[in-house]
Ligand binder design. Structure first.
Ligand code: AKG
Length: 271
């Protein structure tokens, strides 16, 4: 593993623009940025991509351009991970599975082995997602170099129950690929910060930039530590956002303010 410091993981978020309805062009563009990220002097251990990078929100054509069974996306991500010895959380892609379309994240270890698959649980009605996509049905977490990561996608961060359930299941970091637009920058930053502070976990959030059909995506990808401190934040332009994270800090913060021990689950409503 290319750890920069003992027990630390070097993370690089690929804050890219996405061309609507153009999976081939998007893959080529992302590959250029990912190559830039891994060829830097300080090579990352983990790359994270944005949401729906293959198609963007081309929902009315999605049946025709979604990746059948995710085959093409998985093969490409796996080959890149293996070639460069880097772990990848491949943002998410529109995938066609048994006649349904899902918004699905695939994760790979540094040998190119698939280690995770998660389909977005909460579909975003403001963008008509529920008319075109099928929601996932499972909470997912996977191991990233000894660091348990919980999966979520964009709108999912508005549901604190999801991040809390992942944390209760052992996750020390929440991964959030997104296509989150203006004018809700305040929501994005506040919700991500809250998920980090309340669950005392890292939040690793990669948002796209650029404009598509009148919607402006603001980037501001974030790496937030379990105290809620911002380790790195993107601008509103394309860039690679980097930071170092350490599993030990999660244990330290959880030890200092024992939120999990102080919960009163017997009093909370679950319906
Ligand atoms: O919740 C929001 O404001 C944005 C969510 C979103 O754009 C998405 O889930 O694709």
């Amino acid at each position: 593993m290319g750890y920069k410091e003992e027990n630390k993981l070097a993370v690089a978020l690929i804050q890219a623009d996405i061309e609507i309805g153009s999976p081939i062009a998007n893959k080529k563009h992302l590959e250029e940025l990912m190559e830039k990220a891994v060829l830097r002097d300080s090579k990352p251990d983990l790359l994270v991509l944005p949401e729906m990078w293959n198609t963007g929100y081309a929902l009315e054509q999605i049946q025709d351009i979604a990746d059948p069974e995710g085959r093409d996306s998985k093969a490409w991500l796996s080959a890149f991970a293996q070639k460069h010895g880097v772990m990848i959380v491949g943002g998410s892609v529109a995938v066609q599975q048994n006649g349904q379309i899902y918004n699905t994240m695939y994760a790979f270890d540094q040998n190119g082995q698939q280690i995770g698959e998660y389909s977005k649980l909460h579909l975003f009605r403001l963008m008509d997602e529920e008319k075109h996509l099928t929601a996932g049905t499972e909470l997912v977490s996977f191991d990233l170099g000894g660091f348990q990561a919980g999966a979520s996608i964009c709108y999912d961060i508005r549901f604190p129950e999801l991040a809390r359930s992942l944390a209760l299941g052992g996750a020390k970091m929440l991964i959030v690929p997104a296509e989150w637009p203006h004018p809700r920058l305040h929501h994005w930053r506040t919700l991500l910060m809250a998920r980090a502070i309340e669950n005392q976990m890292y939040v690793i959030a990669c948002n796209r930039v650029g404009s598509s059909r009148g919607t402006d995506f603001f980037g501001h990808s974030l790496i937030i530590d379990p105290w809620g401190e911002i380790i790195a934040e993107g601008s509103e332009s394309e860039e690679i956002v980097t930071g170092l994270i350490s599993p030990g800090l999660v244990d330290e913060v959880r030890g200092r303010i024992p939120v999990f021990a102080d919960r009163r689950p017997e009093l909370y409503r679950d319906k």
